[in-house]
Design a protein around this ligand. Structure first.
Ligand code: GDP
Ligand code: MG
Length: 369
């Protein structure tokens, strides 16, 4: 960080904060224990107190955590990851449920499905991964962290309502992220459905569907009556073929946390979408400022899996703390490395928080003057 509080600097040198304050005072700076000094001043103080200064930069600690691109011949095609977006009440949840019920990949024992934040369906022998957190919040949150969790956006537009404010928002998000859109014109079972109006509405948003001479795929569906769901799945596979989605399954895993919570019985549970490599039971991983050793992995059917290849979402048990949705996940070589990274990140977090806190105090004082 470019700034540090006096307390934190003293802690790291194992010195008393009061001695740091005295030194600063000698240099004409009257500061208190929670005040922030810049890195150059901190370095000066540290060396005056007889400490060797090593500025740890992100590049040192995080070096090689997310590795470089894989060689072309190591890449294999992977299932597409799909997010459903659209205006409220246009049928996002209904569509997710309908697709899930029709086609969830059955486990050995099959049957009981559970909510794990993401699931895979199978269509003609090909898998498709759906992120089961409809809503723009999750999408933007992840994008804000520089994470890309989605290959394709399904834009749900109700045929009896047309393009609405959140439809436009979704379009803006997808465009900003460079993610292709497939339009699902939903509720075509309704007598008041007017799919062609949806298409002309979309034209105004620069979404030109194929039947109007553009290249955006659109499918008329009914989540309620389960109409054309297979066709929608086929179109997703078609789009993903065009995208040539690939990943190297034979390397240490990287991915993203879709959601996470503290479970009373099982401890921290995180749904991880594997994006590269294969995640295995026993792997040591870091996610944001938490780490853990994979104790067990479960799929959406509650079945234990030993390995999770690219695009596979799994519930991961074994984290020491609860990571946050949107955190990037990386497997590391050993516990020591995991601790080093997590310590560094937690310190970064604390530094940022104290800088923010002291900044807030400063402005409050100014306001009182
Ligand atoms: P969301 O807010 O986008 O998740 O929308 P929901 O899935 O909660 O659906 C909103 C309402 O529209 C519910 O009452 C659904 O039953 C209804 N709905 C969803 N899909 C269809 C459909 O294909 N046809 C009809 N007639 N109603 C639907
Ligand atoms: Mg919903």
């Amino acid at each position: 960080p470019e700034a540090i509080t006096i307390q934190e600097l003293a802690n790291r040198m194992a010195e008393r904060a009061v001695d740091v304050i005295k030194l600063l005072m000698k240099q004409g700076q009257m500061l208190k224990i929670n005040d922030v000094i810049d890195a150059d001043t901190a370095e000066l103080i540290a060396s005056e107190m007889g400490h060797t200064v090593k500025r740890v930069s992100e590049s040192d600690v995080e070096e090689g955590l997310f590795s470089a691109a894989d060689a072309d011949d190591a890449l294999e095609s992977r299932p597409p990851v799909v997010t459903i977006m659209g205006h409220v009440d246009h049928g996002k949840t209904s569509l997710l449920d309908a697709l899930r019920r029709s086609n969830v990949v059955q486990g050995e024992a099959g049957g009981i499905t559970q909510h794990i934040g993401a699931y895979q369906v199978e269509q003609g022998g090909h898998k498709i991964t759906f992120i089961d957190t409809p809503g723009h919040a999750a999408f933007t949150q992840m994008r804000a962290r520089g994470a890309k969790a989605t290959d394709i956006v399904i834009l749900v537009v109700a045929a009896d309502d047309g393009v609405m404010p959140q439809t436009k928002e979704a379009i803006a998000h997808a465009k900003a992220a460079g993610v292709p859109i497939i339009v699902a014109i939903n509720k075509i079972d309704k007598p008041s459905a007017d799919p062609s109006r949806v298409r002309t509405d979309l034209l105004r948003e620069d979404i030109v569907v194929e039947s109007m001479g553009g290249d955006v795929i659109d499918v008329e569906v009914s989540a309620l009556k389960r109409l054309n769901l297979d066709k929608l799945l086929e179109m997703i596979l078609l789009q993903s073929e065009v995208l040539e989605l690939k990943a190297n399954p034979s390397r240490t895993a990287e991915g993203i946390v879709i959601e996470a919570q503290l479970d009373k019985g099982r401890g921290p549970v995180a749904t991880v979408l594997v994006q590269k490599g294969t995640l295995k039971v026993g792997d040591i991983l870091v996610a944001g400022s938490e780490w853990g050793r994979v104790r067990a992995m479960l799929d959406e059917n509650g079945q234990q899996v030993k390995e999770a290849p690219p695009s596979k979402p799994v519930e991961v048990l074994g984290f020491n703390g609860t990571p946050a949705a949107g955190d990037m996940v990386a497997v590391v070589e050993n516990e020591a490395r995991a601790r080093e990274i997590v310590d560094y990140r937690q310190r970064q977090k604390r530094d940022k928080a104290s800088v923010l806190a002291s900044g807030a105090r400063g402005s409050l004082e100014q306001m009182m003057n």
